[in-house]
Write a protein that binds this ligand. Structure first.
Ligand SMILES: Cc1cc2nc3c(=O)[nH]c(=O)nc-3n(C[C@H](O)[C@H](O)[C@H](O)COP(=O)(O)O)c2cc1C
Length: 160
C-alpha cells in the first residue's frame, strides 16, 4: 500500500534533528513513553519547550491526561531506546532505567539532556497536539548526540 504522505514526510525528514524520549506517569502509576523528534526549545523566561504528539499514538490519552512530562534527549549510543519507543506496545520503562525529579515523570538515567516539565498549554494542530511545557528542572552533559535525518540514524559530532 502506498503512503500518500510519503513526499511530505520526505521533505520534513530533510530537517536533521536530535531524538528524544517523552514520558509521563500514567493514571495507573506506571509510565508511558514515546520516541519524538518534534522537540523544540521555546522560551528562556519562563523556560519552556514543546513537542507534538500524534492523536493516533497509543500513548496520546496518557499525555492528554497527564499534568507533566519529561523529555530525555538521547546520546549517540541510545538508538535502541529510540527504536523501542517508536514501536507499538514496547516493553515499558522499568523503574531501574529511570530517575524521578519534581513532577513524577520519568527521565532516562542516561541522557544528553533532561527536562522535567509541567504542561503549560496544549494546542490542537491538525492530526497532532502541541504540548507546551514549563521547565521545572533540567540538566545536560557533553556527549555525542543521536541524530536523525531522512529516516536514518547518525552518531553526531563524534570528535574522537
Ligand atoms: C525518529 C522518530 C521520531 C518520531 N517523532 C514523533 C513525534 O515527534 N511525535 C509523535 O507523536 N510521534 C513521533 N514518532 C512516532 C512515534 O514514536 C510512534 O508512532 C509511536 O511510538 C508508535 O506507538 P503506537 O504504535 O503505540 O502509537 C517518531 C518516530 C520516530 C522513529
Amino acid at each position: 500500500m502506498t503512503d500518500q504522505h510519503r513526499p511530505l514526510k520526505n521533505a520534513f525528514g530533510r530537517f536533521a534533528t536530535g531524538i528524544a524520549i517523552a514520558a509521563c506517569k500514567k493514571e495507573a502509576g506506571d509510565f508511558a513513553a514515546i520516541t519524538i523528534n518534534s522537540f523544540t526549545s521555546v522560551s528562556l523566561d519562563p523556560p519552556m519547550v514543546l513537542w507534538c504528539v500524534e492523536k493516533r499514538a497509543s500513548t496520546y490519552p496518557d499525555f492528554m491526561a497527564a499534568d507533566s512530562y519529561s523529555v530525555s534527549i538521547l546520546c549517540s549510543e541510545q538508538q535502541a531506546f529510540s527504536e523501542r519507543f517508536a514501536r507499538f506496545s514496547p516493553k515499558p520503562l522499568d523503574p531501574q532505567e529511570v530517575e524521578i525529579w519534581e513532577t513524577g515523570a520519568p527521565l532516562l538515567k542516561q541522557r544528553l539532556a533532561g527536562f522535567d516539565c509541567k504542561i503549560a498549554k496544549r494546542h490542537e494542530a491538525g492530526d497532532h497536539v502541541i504540548m507546551v511545557g514549563e521547565i521545572i528542572r533540567f540538566d545536560s552533559v557533553d556527549q555525542s548526540p543521536l541524530v536523525y535525518f531522512a529516516s536514518n540514524y547518525f552518531a553526531g559530532l563524534d570528535d574522537t
